[in-house]
Design a protein around this ligand. Structure first.
Ligand SMILES: [Zn+2]
Length: 261
């Protein structure tokens, strides 16, 4: 991919509008191209500042009037505001994500390749971690981070049936301060995983659950820019917690997940 193509794809990438192949190609380019990495960072920062409440100003009445007029087609189209410019944005720029992954992983991950190719274990770990972070951030940037919204485990568990090889253990930990919000499906490598979504105060927590007891998520503890990956077991399935909780909250939640029955 050349820089011209990459730059044209940054916006749709951030809007999660690229198919997986294009997204991968763009990520590969951004990993090796400082210019495009910088452009992605700028774009990410710009979007973040757009949704930062503290930077918002109350529109003067005259502007409101003009916007309303534009919306109803009474002004030339060039005067209309793009709704995209105000879209939600919480995903840190790719360049930081890439740095996080490269820094965080050494050797020593476990078995089954969710990422099937001839890559080295370290490369697989990097890619798995990247997928986990990217999935978490994309979910945060979406209107809602869940596909099935429910605090009732009896709703969430059956929802996964037939969608993943093995439905995960679903528990609500609201009493311990971690409320079940719902679930969604996401991809790590070519594997579709169940994701359980919890909320703790302002934190949205994803628990990615490997497809079966015999499978593994090749990933180690990682922490970068306030986000972290914590491998755990949920019931008899390997899982990874992704969140921006601090170390103490994180280990408390990991403990709760591990002891769930
Ligand atoms: Zn480039």
């Amino acid at each position: 991919m050349d820089c011209k193509t990459a730059l044209a794809l940054l916006e749709p990438y951030l809007d999660n509008e690229l198919d997986r192949a294009d997204a991968r190609e763009l990520e590969a380019h951004v990993d090796t191209c400082a210019d495009c990495a910088a452009a992605l960072t700028r774009l990410g920062d710009l979007r973040q500042s757009l949704r930062d409440q503290t930077l918002r100003h109350t529109a003067p009445p005259e502007l409101r009037k003009r916007i309303r007029a534009a919306a109803t087609g009474e002004l030339p189209s060039g005067a209309a505001l793009s709704p995209r410019s105000a879209s939600r944005w919480t995903m840190p720029p790719w360049s930081r994500l890439a740095a996080a992954c490269v820094l965080a992983f050494g050797a020593g991950g476990v078995s089954v390749h969710l990422w099937n190719s001839g890559q080295s274990p370290a490369a697989v770990q990097t890619q798995v971690a990247r997928d986990l972070f990217a999935s978490h951030w994309r979910a945060l940037a979406a209107a809602t981070p869940v596909d099935v919204v429910s605090s009732d485990r009896h709703t969430v568990k059956p929802w996964f049936a037939g969608k993943v090889a093995e439905s995960p253990l679903v528990r609500d930990f609201a009493e311990q301060g971690f409320a079940l919000v719902g679930g969604r499906l996401d991809y790590v490598g070519d594997e579709r995983l169940a994701v359980l979504v919890y909320r703790h105060g302002q934190h949205v927590i994803d628990v990615f659950v490997a497809p079966g007891a015999g499978s593994a998520l090749m990933v180690e503890v990682a922490e970068q820019h306030g986000y972290s990956l914590t491998p755990v077991r949920l019931g008899d399935q390997p899982a990874v917690i992704v969140s921006d909780m601090d170390r103490e909250e994180r280990s408390r939640f990991a403990q709760i997940v591990r002891s769930a029955q």
